[in-house]
Design a binder for this molecule. Structure first.
Ligand SMILES: [Mn+2]
Length: 360
């Protein structure tokens, strides 16, 4: 059996732009990249790998994200998958609290190597599934405090969190923790909605307000916020203009129709420069034909190809965290939206700083 068939690392590990003289194969040490991020450099043989189906068939075992090892803390990791099972920020349908569980179920068919882009994330970074945050199921003010506190512990270790939502409220406390670690960040956001309402029925913390709250709290660099895919109705003509007045780059869905988004992402990369960047992907940014398992459907959305172009277009940015939100498994069909969410989280892993790419 060839090494590739049993999921063994077959490529020599090289992290680009690293100033070190030591052999990454020989030493367990830490090195610093050009963006001052420290990577754990345990030899590649010791890096976590997704469990291969020839070791245990896919229907077997515990459904961690991509069948990665589970550990309770982020210590020692370059990146982690972590669930935030919240849905008390929604105003209509509920169900995103089950998003992390069902994303994990669908993720068991994903494979380690990205044959579309050449990325070999598990030969480059130490990654694990660290389970779900413990948060209030009954009080959203308490829940956002719970989320911020636990995400803070993760990011303070230097680990980059890849977060399974959860309704979009979660991005607010996540950005607060990110700001405490990195200062204000750029934001790449895919969404049908701007999520910049001031309040809904007097409530300030709901899934329609996270970007406004994050901006008010100084978490964002206003002219480095890019919202892609906005469309549909609103409660005022001001819906998308509020963000523009703050300095956001707003790219309505109609501006994306019938075209590749690679040129847009070139612009976004240039805009972000070396700034730390957070990526939030509300699954309703994609068309309901692609992602039906969500709560507030808006037709005329982005295609799956465009979603991939946006994520892959973040390669080269100084990404410090990312999430996929608003997946409602109860409204999904055949697990396709949950599977898409798993795919997008994997693609996000593939564009993190330090991931090695191979020619295809
Ligand atoms: Mn949203």
């Amino acid at each position: 059996m060839k090494a590739a068939e049993v999921g063994l690392p077959i490529f020599k590990r090289r992290i680009p732009a690293i100033s070190t003289k030591c052999s990454l194969w020989d030493a367990s040490t830490s090195v610093t990249s050009s963006t001052n991020r420290t990577f754990h450099t345990t030899s590649v043989a010791a890096l976590n790998q997704p469990l291969h189906p020839e070791t245990l068939p896919r229907p077997g075992g515990i459904a961690t994200m991509m069948r990665l090892p589970y550990q309770t803390k982020a210590d020692g990791l370059d990146a982690c998958f972590v669930g935030v099972p919240l849905d008390i920020g929604t105003g209509y349908k509920s169900g995103t609290r089950l998003g992390p569980r069902h994303i994990r179920i669908e993720s068991v068919v994903l494979r380690a190597f990205n044959c579309s882009t050449g990325a070999a994330p598990f030969d480059s970074l130490q990654v694990a599934d660290i389970g779900d945050l413990k948060l209030s199921m009954y009080n959203i003010e308490e829940a956002v405090v719970d989320i911020e506190r636990q995400i803070q512990v993760i990011v303070d270790t230097g680990c980059i969190p890849l977060i399974m939502g959860g309704d979009h409220t979660i991005t607010y406390p996540i950005l607060k923790a990110i700001k405490n670690k990195h200062g204000p960040v750029g934001l790449v956001m895919v969404d049908a909605h701007p999520d910049t309402s001031d309040s809904i029925d007097g409530h300030k913390i709901v899934h329609s307000t996270p970007i406004r709250r994050a901006l008010e709290d100084g978490c964002l660099i206003p002219n480095k916020v890019v919202q892609i895919g906005l469309r549909g109705g609103g409660y005022s003509p001001d819906n998308f203009l509020w963000g523009k007045r703050q300095g956001f780059k707003v790219v309505r869905a109609e501006e994306c129709w019938h075209k590749s988004l690679q040129p847009l992402m070139e612009e976004v990369r240039e805009l972000m420069g070396d700034s730390p960047v957070y990526f939030t992907f509300d699954i309703d940014g994609l068309d309901p034909a692609v992602a039906p398992g969500t709560g507030v459907l808006e037709h005329g959305g982005l295609t799956a190809v465009q979603g991939l172009e946006i994520v892959r277009g973040c390669k080269g940015m100084n990404l410090v965290g990312a999430d996929v939100t608003e997946i409602y498994p109860q409204y999904d069909q055949c697990g396709r939206t949950c599977h898409l969410g798993a795919d997008l989280l994997y693609e996000m892993l593939c564009v993190l700083p330090g991931v090695e790419y191979h020619d295809l």
